[in-house]
Design a protein around this ligand. Structure first.
Ligand code: TYD
Length: 137
């Protein structure tokens, strides 16, 4: 499952007036965008996330500054550093993810495949591991 998580490069239209990057739903990312939210003004040392989604896909971009996203599938862990607007991290369902090491002015843009639904969250790591590892037993 962790193997599906990957950095996806986005089109970058370089211009002396300033660069432009874009994401098209179901074209550059493998899902339809239903919701967009931002995470910003994160105090030094704080962490966001610390949960997984049962069915939601997401794509995370750094619009400003930098931060790290740590992913685990209950077995392996991988970390990705996001620092530019012309690429992002695709995270499929059933991956536990945490966002940390936000720089000053770090801004995360999250594109999500579903509207907000608390029932889709796994917020307890033990419960997540039981669900994620169950099929392999
Ligand atoms: P949460 O997803 O737990 O944030 P993070 O993973 O970054 O720590 O959401 C924090 C709070 O915001 C929680 O009370 C739910 C609420 N929320 C919404 O109401 N709608 C949304 O689209 C999101 C992402 C969060």
């Amino acid at each position: 499952m962790l193997g599906e998580c990957r950095i996806i490069s986005l089109p970058k239209i370089a211009d002396p007036r300033g660069n432009l990057s874009l994401v098209e739903s179901e074209r550059h990312i493998p899902f339809r965008i239903a919701r967009v939210y931002t995470i910003y003004n994160v105090p030094g040392g704080e962490r966001r996330g610390g949960h997984a989604y049962g069915t939601l896909h997401e794509f995370i971009i750094s619009l400003s500054g930098s931060f790290d996203v740590t992913l685990t599938d209950g077995r392996e862990t991988r970390s990705f550093s996001l620092a530019r607007a012309y690429y992002g991290l695709y995270v499929p369902p059933m991956i536990w993810r945490q966002m940390e090491n936000f720089s000053t002015n770090g801004v995360a843009l999250v594109l999500a495949s579903q509207h907000y639904d608390e029932a889709d969250y796994f917020r307890d790591y033990e419960r997540y591991c039981r669900a994620a590892l169950e099929p392999a037993r």
